[in-house]
Each structure stands twice: as C-alpha cells, then as structure tokens.
Design a protein around this ligand. Structure first.
Ligand SMILES: [Zn+2]
Length: 285
C-alpha cells in the first residue's frame, strides 16, 4: 500500500476547518466546549481543505470523509458544516461529507442534518458525548435524531475512549459501558465508534456480547497514539475484519503514520483492502 500502487484508500475520518477558526481560535475556544478542550494545546493544528488534499496526494488516498467535531455551539457547527459542503462541491471526487450537530438540539439538530443531507452528506459525526451532554441524558431524548439517521441510512461516528490510560485533550469518558447502553437502546442504527471504540471490541469475547456489535464499526483514528499495532490483528480475530475501518483523525495525527501501522500489521492483503476501503464503501453503499 505504498505510493503508486493501485490500491484504493478511503480515510474515514479527517477534520478540516475554514480559516476563520485559525483567526478566531481563542474566541471560538470560549464559545464551544469541545473546540476549547481539543485545541487547548497551542500546537494543535487547524488544517483547511488544501492541506488535506496535499496530504492525500502524498499518501495516495483517494477519498477522505470530512467530519466536524462534537459541537456545542450552533454557530461553530454551521461554519464547519458549511465549509465541509463547500469543500465537497469543489472536490467531489476526493471528499465525502459528513456533518456534525448536537443530537440534543432536538428538532433543530434534525433540521440541520436534513439540510446537509439534501446537499449530499453521507453520515454524521464525530459526536463527542461528554461535552454534548449525552453521557447523563435520558437516552430516549436522542430518539428523534437516531430515528432520522436510521431512516436515511446515515451512520453516526462517535468519539470513544478507554476507561484507563493516559489523559489526552478531548479523551472524555464515553467508554465501553456507555457504548453498550447506546447500542442496546438504538440497535438498528449504524455506528462507527472512533479510536477502536476505546477497546470495547474486546468484550465481544464475553458470551452475552458475542452478537452485540452487528451494526457497529470501529475506526483506527489516531490508534497509533494509544495502542501497539498488534491490536489490529487481535480485534480482527475477535469481531471480524469487516468491522474495522481505516481513519486517521488528520491533522491530529498524520495519515502516513496510521497507514504504515496498518500496512505493517500481520493481516493479509485482502484484509487490508477491507480496512482501507471495502468496509466503508459497503457501509455507505
Ligand atoms: Zn475522537
């Protein structure tokens, strides 16, 4: 899977933002909890569509799914979502648009997703349950949002994390317990749990959870920060290759590093094809 091969690669979660976020970074950090948390380190970079296209070109990536963050500010959500749609319109062959909202915004969230659905989005995310208030909400309050996504076949990407281990900005505490509660409540929705679901696939070894993840996918976003690359072959053995999706989390981590770590893991060529593009292509039809 090096440059100049004909293998297809779809990066299933990258983040791009318009220049306004660089110019107003400090102000925006005050009005959006998630943005404030994620960009507290002054070295955390904000990249626009052009920097993404450069990186895709260098790494031989055909398409990237552009995602927002788990916005708490409607103003920032709109700025980011509009920019993703604009980038998709100018680069339709390279960009697959997702939009992001807070599911707890009720009918406004649905109107917003529906508006972007008419413009071509293929999913919603990345959501961040901690800052968006989903951890302690009544799960039934999310029903209008998840019903809309289910009926329009929109997968939802949700940030997930490990209950133990080092802290990193934006880690949050949407861990295995919450993931399983959400799947139980909304068994028909398609979910992509980021960062290999914070390790939740390991629990598929428990007899009661062996069929729990039939509608769930787990992406490799920034996994090289957290895990030994051996995790790819181990999770594959537990939940099957068709549940694992390549995402980088660019620009938080380079696309190159995640691709290299997947390529050098001990799985077959056809299994790599499943991770790099087949699984996400099937999910998005
Ligand atoms: Zn995340």
């Amino acid at each position: 899977m090096t440059k100049n091969t004909k293998n297809k690669i779809i990066d299933s979660m990258v983040h791009i933002l318009p220049e306004e976020f660089n110019v107003n970074r400090k102000e925006f950090m005050k009005i959006d909890l998630t943005f404030g948390e994620l960009f507290q380190n002054p070295k955390s970079s904000i990249h626009n569509i052009h920097k993404l296209l450069d990186s895709m070109n260098i790494n031989n990536i055909d398409k990237s799914i552009c995602c927002g963050f788990g916005w708490t500010s409607k103003k920032l959500a709109k700025l980011s979502n509009d920019y993703i749609i604009k980038s998709y319109k100018t680069h339709p062959k390279n960009i697959i648009p997702f939009c992001s909202v807070n599911p707890l915004w009720g009918i406004e969230a649905i109107d917003e997703v529906d508006r972007y659905f008419q413009s071509g989005i293929k999913g919603v995310g990345e959501l961040h349950p901690n800052y968006q208030g989903m951890l302690d909400c009544n799960l039934d309050d999310l029903r209008p949002f998840f019903n809309y996504c289910e009926s329009n076949k929109l997968p939802v990407i949700i940030h997930s994390s490990e209950p133990i281990g080092k802290y990193y900005p934006g880690k949050g505490s949407f861990t295995s317990k919450y993931i399983i509660e959400l799947i139980d409540f909304y068994p028909k929705n398609k979910f992509i749990f980021s960062h290999l679901g914070g390790g939740v696939p390991f629990y598929a070894l428990m007899k009661e959870f062996s069929n729990k993840f039939n509608n769930s996918y787990f992406d490799t976003a920034a996994f090289s920060y957290i895990y030994d690359k051996k995790i790819i072959e181990i999770i594959k053995d537990i939940i099957g290759i068709d549940r694992i999706i390549f995402s980088s989390d660019f620009p938080i981590i380079s696309q190159k590093r995640i691709i290299e770590d997947i390529c050098s893991s001990k799985i077959s060529h056809s299994e790599k094809e499943s991770i790099f593009y087949k699984n996400i292509s099937n999910l998005l039809n």
